[in-house]
Design a protein around this ligand. Structure first.
Ligand code: SF4
Length: 366
């Protein structure tokens, strides 16, 4: 994840300290807990293939134990995701365990179940609520597979804000909604929302490559996002494509940008971040289906590094684009996307748009 606003404006956030601090720890600093595969929506681009058929969740005690292990490992952030995490009635108990252990807790939700009652339960244990929004109402509802999803999500955002929770948007860029970047910032201004993260599509679950934009469109969309971030009015981030940082560097021409990006180190799946799926299987991230362990033995994956963790740490010798002059700020992008498209996880990330940046860079002024 890259904070574009940190790179192009004076805006600094607490999380930037961790984001640009450099890699020192043996263990991941961020764990994604997909605490359920149940969901009340049927989103076209759901990376976990979740839905309304009833899935058996792991018991609360298993997740509480995972939080304890995370705490022993010094994990700094836990992202509670799903499925729809609020589909678990005991979500606040997982959040409380983490929060009481000094771990920052973020919630990634479709927003439709953010009722006052649930938010009251969660408010003391959650640092941030990220609500997914795919564009204006008809686009959003089409994507989410349920009419009324937009209205409910917006209501949820308003209630979360009223209760005093820091609340922002999550927008996944696809060929159906890439033209709605202006809409997102207009909505933020109107609703007083001050954080947004734009996600590049990762080809996992129901998120098919056919839904994605081409790389030239990607460049145009990210350039527009960078323009909005310049004002420092909002915290603006992008995720799952670290070449965005290279574009920011070309747009600004500032060496300081490269310096910060080098400290961030680009994609760190399996190193700085890892994912626990609803069945308790551990993966390097939410999108790379290479099993590295089990929820009952979280810490051991990094204590006696799993062969895949070792490979990810030494990926420079494996990734096909490692001779790229920006490898130290990008680390080769998302391995799961390379695997999904080519069948070889060390191939070049197909969403890398460095070639497009190179083609237009003479024409860019900032
Ligand atoms: S070629 Fe590889 S290292 Fe270079 S920017 Fe693209 S994905 Fe990143």
């Amino acid at each position: 994840m890259i904070s574009i606003s940190r790179l192009v404006s004076d805006r600094k956030e607490e999380a930037d300290r961790i984001r640009y601090a450099g890699l020192k720890d043996r263990y991941p600093s961020v764990l994604v807990f997909n605490v359920t595969r149940n969901c009340n929506l049927r989103c076209l681009h759901c990376y976990s293939g979740s839905g309304t058929q009833l899935f058996q969740d792991l018991p609360l005690s298993t997740w509480i134990n995972a939080v304890k292990q995370a705490s022993d490992m010094g994990v700094k952030h836990i992202l509670l995701s799903g499925g729809e995490p609020l589909a678990r009635r005991d979500l606040h108990l997982i959040a409380r365990e983490a929060w009481e252990r000094g771990i920052r807790v973020e919630l990634s939700t479709n927003g439709t179940m953010l009722t006052r009652e649930r938010l009251e339960e969660l408010k003391n244990y959650v640092d941030y609520v990220g609500v997914s929004l795919d564009g204006p109402e008809p686009i959003h509802d089409k994507f989410r597979g349920v009419e009324g999803a937009f209205a409910k999500a917006l209501k949820g955002i308003r209630t979360a804000k009223e209760i005093g929770l820091k609340t922002g948007l999550r927008f996944t860029i696809t060929r159906e909604n890439y033209e709605y970047v202006d809409f997102v910032f207009d909505l933020m201004r109107k609703e007083g929302i001050n954080r947004v993260c734009f996600y590049h599509l990762a080809y996992a679950g129901r998120a098919d490559k056919k839904l994605d934009v081409d790389n030239f469109t990607r460049l145009k969309v990210v350039s527009k996002i960078v323009e909005y971030a310049k004002s420092g009015e909002w915290e603006v981030l992008t995720a799952d494509n670290p070449v965005d940082g290279v574009l920011v560097y070309h747009l600004t021409g500032k060496e300081k940008v490269l310096e910060l990006l080098r400290r961030n180190g680009g994609n760190k799946s399996g190193e700085r971040i890892a994912d626990v799926n609803p069945e308790g299987t551990i993966y390097p991230d939410q999108f790379t289906p290479v099993k590295i362990g089990d929820i009952t033995d979280l810490k051991r994956i990094w204590d006696e590094p799993h062969p895949m963790v070792k490979k990810l740490r030494e990926r420079k010798s494996l990734v096909k684009c490692s001779s790229c002059k920006f490898f130290d700020v990008c680390n080769g992008g998302l391995r799961g996307r390379a695997l999904a498209v080519t069948g070889d996880m060390w191939e070049k990330d197909p969403s890398c748009y460095l070639d497009e940046i190179e083609k237009i860079k003479e024409k860019i002024t900032f």
